[in-house]
Structure formats: C-alpha cells, structure tokens
Design a protein around this ligand. Structure first.
Ligand code: NAD
Length: 252
C-alpha cells in the first residue's frame, strides 16, 4: 500500500476502523471519514503518534455535498486518490412488518445512496487525475448475496452494494479502475456486540453464530485484511468480485 492515497468511510468504528488502521500501518496515506467526527479524530491522533499519514474528515455519506467534499479532502490531502473503501453503513434488524417507510428511507440513504455517492465521486476523482486509475472496495454483506430474516431494509440495501460492484466494475475496467466487494458474515463489531442488549438480540446472536460453519463470529481485522488485498496491486487482475469473508456461511 506504500504511499497510496486511501479513503475509508465509516472509519470511526468496527470494520472501517480496522481497515483504516491496517492500511495506514501498511504505509498508505489514509483519509478516515465518518459522521462521528470525534471518533475519526481519535483514530487519527493514535495513528499520527505512530508516524502514519492520516487525515480525519467528518462527513455524512448520505449527503451528496458532504460526500463530494469528503472525496475532495482526500485528493487535497495527498494529491490523488488511489483507493476508496465504501464501508459506512447502518445495520438495523427488523422484519418487514416492523420496518416503517421512514426506516427504509434512512437505510437506503446511508447504505444505498451513500455507497453510490462514494463510488461516484471516487471514480470522478480517479478518472480525472494524472495517471488515472484506482481501486474501489464496497463493503457488502452475506445479506447482499443471500436472504436472511429480519433484514427487510438492510438486506436489500446490501444488494445495492453488490450490484454497484458488478456494474461499476464492468463500466470502468477499461479505465484502470477495479471495483470489488467483500461480503462479511457476522463480525464482532461495536454494532453487532450492542445487539445483546436489544429485544431478541441474544437469541439472534446465538442463532447466527451457529449458522457460520466455523462456529464463531468474525473479527473486524479478518475483514480488513481481505479489503486490503482487494485494494492492493496483489489483486491487479481481480474486478467485479463479491468475496465472502464469512467462515463458510455462503458455502452452506
Ligand atoms: P459499526 O457501526 O461498528 O461502524 C459503522 C461506522 O459507520 C460507524 O463509525 C458509524 O458512525 C459510521 N456511519 C454510520 N452512518 C454514517 C453516515 N451516514 N456517514 C458516515 N459514516 C456513517 O458497523 P460495522 O459492523 O463495522 O459495519 C461496517 C460495514 O460493514 C457496514 O456497511 C455494514 O453493513 C457492513 N457489514 C457489517 C457486518 C457485521 O456483522 N458487523 C456484516 C456484514 C457487513
């Protein structure tokens, strides 16, 4: 990742934070963005103390102006954009009867439109720069590949991430831009660990853990390593792939 300019959205927590840490410690110049400003500031303070090159940006990815400004901030900080990891998302658990039209709109705004906007502005930057090209990694989910209960809005939003990956990969391959996704199984992030305090959460966690053939949940770092691979030149002939990182969940 030496000196590549990498943008990571949703970097204050979970998979995004683990990815920003790994990329920065691998020599990348990282723009860490999140709606949680103090969260990305704290991450950047930690990484700067280690001698890494990092910039914190506070942005709501669902807002087109903020999303565009976030991508511009990465280009301004490091002169170009080589990698964008579109990771920011909200993860509500609800069945279709419990999901209001407003719930649907909020999930689609962040997980659907937010991902679209990050891809759009990143591709605009990557095509418009000297030595055009780059790599996008979208964070989809097992829920963006297969159906699951209680994901009436979240699951369809993750299919948007998978769909963007396939379509944009084909659209931009000839321009030197690779677009791939990871499809994590259930990962022990702050959001998932908080489920144990929600109604039905403990039962869900027990059931979903058992549905992973490896018999455990994943760690954020296990997803970050696969994101870093897809973002790196080691994956130079890989595009349009939705790579499960799921302990065998989708193999069943
Ligand atoms: P998390 O809640 O720990 O982290 C998500 C981060 O995104 C937070 O820092 C949050 O502040 C940020 N965010 C939320 N809305 C935002 C917005 N509008 N603009 C900018 N930032 C925003 O969650 P996580 O588990 O690390 O999830 C990260 C991604 O991984 C999501 O896209 C999620 O769908 C996906 N994913 C997670 C799991 C899992 O089991 N944890 C499984 C599959 C996919």
């Amino acid at each position: 990742m030496n000196e590549k300019s990498c943008l990571v959205t949703g970097a204050a927590s979970g998979i995004g934070r683990a990815t920003a840490l790994l990329l920065a410690r691998s020599g990348a110049r990282v723009t860490a963005a999140d709606v949680n400003g103090p969260g990305v500031e704290a991450l950047c303070t930690e990484l700067t103390a280690e001698g890494c090159e990092v910039t914190a940006v506070t942005a709501d990815v669902a807002d087109p102006q903020a999303n565009r400004a976030m991508v511009r901030a990465a280009v301004e900080a490091y002169g170009r954009l080589d990698v964008a990891v579109a990771n920011a998302g909200v993860l509500p658990l609800s069945d279709v009867r419990e999901t209001s039209p407003e719930d649907w709109d909020r999930v689609m705004a962040v997980d659907g439109r937010g991902m679209f906007l990050t891809c759009k502005y990143a591709i605009e930057a990557m095509t418009g720069q000297p030595r055009p090209g780059g790599a996008l990694v979208c964070v989809s989910s097992i829920s963006g590949v297969a159906g699951q209960a209680r994901q009436a809005a979240y699951g369809p939003a993750k299919f948007v991430a998978s769909g963007l990956t396939k379509h944009l990969a084909v659209e931009w391959a000839a321009h030197g831009i690779r677009v791939n996704a990871v499809a994590p199984g259930t990962i022990r992030t702050e959001r998932v660990l908080a489920l144990k305090d929600e109604p039905g959460g403990p039962e869900y966690l027990e059931e979903i853990t058992g549905a992973h053939p490896m018999g455990r949940l994943g760690e954020p770092e296990e997803v970050a390593r696969v994101i870093a691979f897809l973002a790196s030149d080691a994956a130079s002939f890989v595009t349009g792939v939705i790579l499960p990182v799921d302990g065998g969940y989708l193999a069943r």
